[in-house]
Design a binder for this molecule. Structure first.
Ligand code: UGA
Length: 463
């Protein structure tokens, strides 16, 4: 006999309305659940409640307004209010990096404690933030320690795999839904929550039978809680490994006059390897891969495992920016007082997120070299202006990449925004002081660029 689900038709709370929490909240509301979100940052919560998305993500603004209007998504005036109104609480708070590379879990601990202290009814607490293995067991301890009398908690781990820039698409089209659970009741509750996503059922029409049958849907990976946490860390570390791997191959290509794009294509057609994440360039950035590989390395070392392999994956990545600076110097010799246009500040296209962006690291080095910077990014310029790098006196901002290339000694493509492909390069060549394009993302066609008369260098293709 199957154990009953824990909550039939649960109200869902989301703690933390960032890049993971907000798309998840809106996705769950959109498939029919009543969702209440909360964020410690009051101004952010207020903006979201007013229908203003706090960051750029394709489709997010529309989805926010749609689900506020439908009444299925609301923002609580306090974290406590969201806790009180929810049966199932997804913890989506930040897990930033400590100086030693480990994950700072203070926001997670705080969420657990706040949930325990403010819950008057039983809850299922679902850890969605990326955390080192065994964190959910610590959350469980915390919940028990601070629980009110007669209130019980279950914990589950449901890691998020959505990518910034395609967050909503990824929510609605998951490759897999990992459920780390400790009981049938928690498992069935989570199956119930995700079922409408896979078979478009309305939540109120889901039968017990469907919930039990959902387990055989191969999108669901049902595990214990520790395994679920490891799936997430191992997945992001593997993606980082693929990128550092192809970047090292790119270095060999450069030394041997070969073409890394073709090597990647030839490798990727083997389904055991796969073609994605084999784009050589400036390396991986963002708020996930760099942080997760460090946290995975640290937790492995703490557990007594030799993690030098992953440490090297990170080191290869960190070196990418210096290599681009070396290439620039190789061409222009002294950089001081040269005018360099940098196209792209975001850590990847489709987002205004500049956290751990390789482009930011590159800009920082160019500032150290005292160049004059012409900056352009389709979305991330305002974010850049909020950072201390923007205090450098020799920066000009351009909304149009063409304008940014006037009289420059080089253009560096630092983020692979697709719109940079359709720039009228013929038009800008003559406007440049010297027509050098350093394509740190291998975005452009080298043959076309050379044919147009540019001095062009990519990564692992032409030196
Ligand atoms: C990553 C994972 O891809 C998601 O599955 C995961 O859910 C997310 O982290 C997370 O943990 O929250 P994201 O940080 O949005 O997603 O970025 P990615 O698309 O993974 O790209 C990361 C970086 O790698 C970018 O700087 C990108 O330019 C770089 N990259 C990617 C390459 O240099 N080469 C490639 O072939 C692919």
């Amino acid at each position: 006999m199957e154990e009953k689900i824990m909550f039939d038709n649960p109200n869902i709370g989301i703690l933390g309305l960032g890049h993971v929490g907000l798309p998840t909240a809106l996705g769950l509301a959109d498939i029919g659940w009543n969702v209440i979100g909360a964020d410690d940052l009051k101004s952010k919560a207020q903006d979201i409640a007013n229908g203003d998305a706090p960051f750029y993500e394709p489709g997010l603004s529309e989805m926010l307004i749609k689900n506020i209007n439908s009444g299925r998504f609301s923002v609580a005036s306090s974290v406590e209010e969201a806790i009180d109104a929810s049966d199932v609480i997804f913890v989506c708070v930040g897990t930033p990096q400590n100086d030693d590379g480990s994950a700072d879990l203070s926001q997670i601990e705080n969420a657990g404690r706040t949930i325990a202290q403010n819950s008057n009814t039983n809850k299922l607490v679902v850890e969605k933030s990326t955390t080192p293995v065994s964190t959910s067991l610590r959350i469980k301890d915390t919940l028990r320690r601070y629980a009110k009398e007669n209130v019980e908690f279950e914990v589950a781990v449901n890691p998020e795999f959505l990518r910034e820039g395609t967050g909503l698409y990824d929510f609605f089209n998951p490759d897999r839904i990992v459920l780390g659970v400790e009981s049938e009741a928690a498992k069935n509750t989570l199956l119930q929550i995700y079922l409408p996503l896979l078979d478009q059922t309305n939540p109120s029409d889901i039968s017990d039978k469907e919930i039990y049958e959902a387990k055989s849907n191969d999108k669901f990976v049902i595990t214990d809680v520790n395994t679920a946490e490891l799936i997430k860390h191992a997945s992001n570390s593997f993606l980082a490994t693929k990128i550092s791997f192809i970047n090292l191959v790119a270095d060999i290509c450069e030394k041997s006059g070969s073409d890394v794009s073709k090597v990647a294509k030839g490798m990727g057609l083997d389904p055991r390897i796969g073609s994605s994440f084999l784009q050589a360039g400036l390396g991986f950035g963002g708020y996930c891969l760099p942080k997760d590989i460090k946290a995975f390395t640290k937790i492995g070392e703490d557990l007594g495992v030799d993690m030098s392999f992953f440490r090297e994956v990170d080191n290869v990545n960190i070196r990418r920016v210096d290599q681009i600076i070396d290439k620039l110097k190789g061409k222009l010799w002294v950089l001081r007082d040269k005018t360099i246009a940098v196209w792209g500040i975001a850590f990847k296209p489709g987002t205004d997120d500049i956290r751990e962006s390789p482009a930011m690291a590159l800009i920082e080095k160019l500032i150290e070299e005292e160049v004059k910077l012409n900056l352009h990014d389709p979305k991330a310029m305002e974010e850049f202006k909020r950072t201390s790098l923007s205090e450098y006196s020799n920066i000009e901002y351009f909304t149009d990449p063409i304008d940014s290339s006037n009289n420059v000694d080089a253009i560096i493509i630092a983020t692979d925004w697709p719109e940079f492909k359709s720039v009228d390069y013929k038009n800008i060549k003559d406007a440049m002081q010297y027509p050098f394009v350093l394509d740190a993302r291998n975005l452009l066609n080298p043959v076309e660029m050379l044919d147009m008369g540019f001095d062009y260098i990519g990564v692992g293709r032409y030196s």
